[in-house]
Design a protein around this ligand. Structure first.
Ligand code: SF4
Ligand code: SF4
Length: 476
């Protein structure tokens, strides 16, 4: 750190982030587009993903949306299967499976997700940035606009970005509310659904802000995935790297001409790899948190190598082991351990799904006194029977009591009709003769059945008097 001018504000001696200048101001990254072999492959993958992301909310599986994450009603539909909030075990299996799958993917293929499939990269590099470069020109044209003012073409860019962001926001929200609901909102006045409209406007604004201004900082400053890669990667994981043994010592063409001994490596220090990098880093500095493995530096360096008649691959996919001259190992503790956990978790998930009934039942004791004595001497227990209907149509659940001679079930909510995906509660009174209780309790079975495919016996304990004592005769 050094002191700047006469003020007391400390000044960094060098930029601490690739997106910041030394004085702390924003350094706009204007990468040069390198349309090499990896770019062409990523282009195909990116547009396939954009089409998939846009179309998926409209796809139906078995009459249900392929994906619907209904957070307000806490119901998640994936490939035709709806998970209710009560199915915490299933949701936990899915969550643990997804986390371990990410760990395994990273251990094997590094940040392949970031470079090839993350929506931030896909939309930024294959939709927003191409539009920007079409309007403002390539790297040099954009840098000129940065210096001299954006002009009309830069001004036109922002409304276009806003429209695209609005479309993306609508698509994004379709995953949470469904396309039918979304279309209803779009066709009606915002005054009829102000909360939904505000959500849409905020989402559009955030997307616009991200893709028009915040950009690569989402990867280098905000996203936690880049930060945990240090623990997820090992020496054999696939990374985009620079072959230091081949490239160093680097030297520009002029330096090489002045060195007849030819002690230079293959890197001609042209900085094409740096100029192509969308996060503004130099791949030759080694593995860095900011590197999203987008392969632009590979394409840039391959182009240079072809121009100077050297083999491609000075910057390439490899592993830290391979770049240091060791054989990478596919079989390592984490590549054995993670798949093992995945098999167990998805096995348990499969078994749980196969054994999943069309409803769930919970019985809770009634509020207030544990039991009441009726005028005719019988004992009355209040129960609350909660039923979650997982079927796709409304069901009528009949509740009965087994195991007590003379027991009577009183409830206006029996049978109980529950809408699909909803949970209903029936409050009922179980009246029994007083002499059925032993030590103040009596175990019974509550049976719930829907007459279609669901029937369950749930054990329950009624409470009652400890002992029956005849009242003493009156003395008057
Ligand atoms: S260093 Fe290479 S792979 Fe990493 S972000 Fe920059 S261009 Fe992409
Ligand atoms: S593009 Fe290749 S040759 Fe040029 S600076 Fe980068 S690593 Fe060196």
């Amino acid at each position: 750190m050094s002191r700047a001018g006469s003020g007391d504000i400390p000044q960094a001696s060098e930029a601490v982030l690739s997106t910041l200048n030394v004085d702390g101001s924003r350094r706009w990254i204007r990468p040069k587009r390198e349309k090499g072999r990896f770019w062409r492959r990523r282009l195909v993958v990116a547009w396939a993903l954009i089409v998939l992301f846009t179309a998926l909310p409209y796809v139906r599986v078995g009459g249900k949306p392929a994906v619907l994450l209904d957070i307000t009603r806490r119901r998640f539909t994936v490939l035709g299967t709806t998970f209710l909030p009560t199915e915490t075990m299933l949701l936990m299996f899915v969550l643990v499976g997804a986390i371990v799958a990410i760990f395994l993917l990273t251990a094997l293929f590094g940040r392949v997700w970031c470079g090839w499939a993350c929506p931030q990269t896909v939309y930024m590099e294959f939709l927003y940035r191409p539009i920007e470069q079409w309007l403002e020109g390539g790297r040099s044209g954009q840098l000129r606009r940065d210096r001299e003012g954006g002009g009309l073409r830069r001004a036109i860019k922002y409304p276009i970005f806003l429209v695209i962001s609005a479309f993306l926001a609508h698509t994004f929200l379709a995953y949470f509310v469904g396309v039918e609901q979304l279309l209803r909102w779009v066709r009606s006045s915002p005054a009829q659904h102000p909360v939904a409209f505000a959500t849409m406007a905020i989402t559009t604004g955030l997307m616009f802000l991200d893709f028009a201004w915040f950009r690569e900082q989402m990867c280098t400053v905000v996203c936690p995935y880049g930060r945990i890669q240090a623990v997820l990667l090992d020496k054999s994981s696939l990374i985009v790297g620079y072959d230091r043994r081949r490239g160093e010592p680097r030297g520009k063409a002029g330096q090489r001409r002045r060195d007849p001994a030819g002690r230079y490596g293959d890197c001609i220090d042209c900085r094409a790899c740096v100029l192509a990098c969308p996060t503004g880093i130099d791949i030759r500095d080694g593995l860095q948190m900011e590197c999203i493995h987008c392969t632009q530096c590979i394409d840039a360096c391959d182009r240079i190598m072809e121009q100077i008649g050297k083999p491609r691959g000075l910057v390439r996919y490899g592993s830290q082991d391979s770049f240091e001259g060791r054989r990478p190992r596919w079989l390592r503790p984490r590549t054995v351990f993670y798949p093992l956990i995945l098999v167990i978790v998805f096995g348990l998930l499969g078994v749980s799904l196969a054994r999943r009934a069309s409803a769930d039942v919970w019985i809770l004791r009634g509020l207030g006194e544990p039991y009441a004595t009726l005028e005719d001497g019988r004992i009355s227990n209040q129960l609350r029977v909660k039923i979650a209907n997982r079927a796709d149509e409304p069901r009528r659940y009949r509740i009965s009591v087994l195991g007590v001679e003379g027991a009577e079930v009183i409830s206006p909510q029996n049978p109980l009709t529950v809408a699909p995906g909803e949970t209903g509660t029936a409050v009922l009174f179980v009246n029994t003769p007083a002499d059925v209780f032993e030590h103040g309790r009596r175990d019974i079975v509550v049976r719930v059945e829907d007459g279609v495919d669901f029937g369950r016996n749930v054990p329950y304990r009624l409470l009652g008097p400890f002992a029956l004592r005849p009242l003493p005769p009156r003395e008057d």
